[in-house]
Design a protein around this ligand. Sequence first.
Ligand code: PMP
Length: 437
Amino acid sequence: MTTVDLPPASVWPPDLSAYCFEVPHSDRSLLFESGKGIRLTDAAGRSFLDAMSGVFVTCFGYDCEPIMQAVTDQLRTLPFNPPLHGTNRAALELARGLVELAPPGITAAKLVNGGSESVEAAVRLARLYHRAHGNPDRVKVLSYYHGYHGATFGSLSLTGRPDVARFGPGLPGVVHVWPPDCLETFWDVSPERSGALAAAMIERTIEAEGPESVAALVMEPVIHLRGMAIPPADYLARVREVCDRHGVLLVFDEIVTGFGRTGQPFAAQTFGVTPDILCVGKGISGGFAPLAAVLMADRLAEVLREAGGPPSFAPSHTYAANPMSAAAGLAAVTLFRQDGYLDRIRALAGHLEPRLRGVVGGRGTVRALGLLYGVKLAGGDGVGDQVAAACQRRGLILRGQDDWVVLAPAFVTTTGEADQILALLGEALDEVCGDGR
Ligand code: PMP
């Protein structure tokens, strides 16, 4: 395997870089030029294997012909429609396609432009539901410490990470609760006990806040920024019971775990727990247009129907359900369903998981759920970023932070590419963590 150097400064056009705050975040930031399959090429002509699907997005690769064709056709027929006066066929068919993928009981979808918007829509929907049922005081929203839900102010307020505090006070009425993984890490609670304890703590929190004031609990079934923290087996079912006991709506933020990642269409099916509202984004357009959705149980859809349909949800977003995004999403959902992607995902996961465990060895703990992987590394905070940097020098893109790295390979990754990913990761681990196998 060849090791590539950090990008030379000359790759960045100095006359353009000064205008844009997207990048560079750091001296490792890349200027991408093109993508094919799961490979990216940068402005210096170097090739990178993308083991992150962009960021859980490009599940079908960077050059998926059926999606590109659908987007091109849509562009040539109807690139936009007046959203206050109607919608388009692709949006209607996409909403039906998403509902058909979702667990029974989920019956409608609202399309939006990104994950943060879908989380915000979930909160609005939850409050609307309670108001329609004579409980206008149910406005508080519970979410996890150390969860992530987006960058708009409402979703940022639900994000319980210490690093968002610098933006000042968030949405009033947000109450943070501890997930099982944090109980294990910060208080040494055993994995056998953490699920029951975390669920009990959520219940005590609802009681302490006053159930009549709580609208919803918003959570990631698997917490990405804790290094893919997978909950104990019975935990989500316990949480569902707690919510039901207190009339609190359960919202799954499946923006990372949704659309096949876990080996089922949604983590809801993987864990056998159906939420009232399900947020989905990232991969549902394959990365060919900005798109997300909030899927809802029938009792929530009923509120919108009775209140006169979608106008009761207004104001909506100018680009919500726009034809370009809808066409990309419809093509991605159609491809996913028609081409047996769940079987492909499970087969690739079956190849990757044991080999990843072999490569990591004693240097960390592997968390695996479908094509979603986290490696908690021995060696403390900062080691995740070092491993990610060592991977990038070798032409491999994954995410690393604190004491973890995560991988989310595209569904179209071949076993040969999977083996290359593992070989490069192994070299990076050798460099940073030593040969601790
Ligand atoms: N929720 C989760 C779990 C996410 O990972 C993200 C994006 N990283 C979001 C919400 C926000 O999505 P977006 O960046 O599309 O607004």
